[in-house]
Design a protein around this ligand. Sequence first.
Ligand SMILES: [Zn+2]
Length: 137
Amino acid sequence: METATVNYPKRRGPKPKVHVQTKMTELVQQRWDAVKADESSIRSRYRNELSVADALAELAALRKLCEIAATEVNQRLNHAGQKCKSCGAVMDSRKAPVMTEPMFDVATGTYYNNFYCSIICVQRRNLKKLGREELIK
Ligand SMILES: [Zn+2]
């Protein structure tokens, strides 16, 4: 019996970003675990063991993780206990609002946000702004 050999083309271009991102996340998680485990070993690692280039790369990854965590916490704090501008429902602090509308109060000179809990509430807002309130059910 004769068998055929198939030559698949070699992969071109960069590998998918998801793989790189996963790898980076694992690396950051390992570093974070190490930070929690022993502060002095971290000092030693960044002072003596790693090259400056590697230390800077790891530091950048850790900073990115901290920034993500801070953004998430900030979003929770920003809308915790706030009410939806359209329906008046109290926003769930565990969920991000469907839409956050930055506003400026001319009278007081302060910035604030309007939060909307659902697509329907955003649609109601849009219809009001367009002067088409008769379409709101
Ligand atoms: Zn709402």
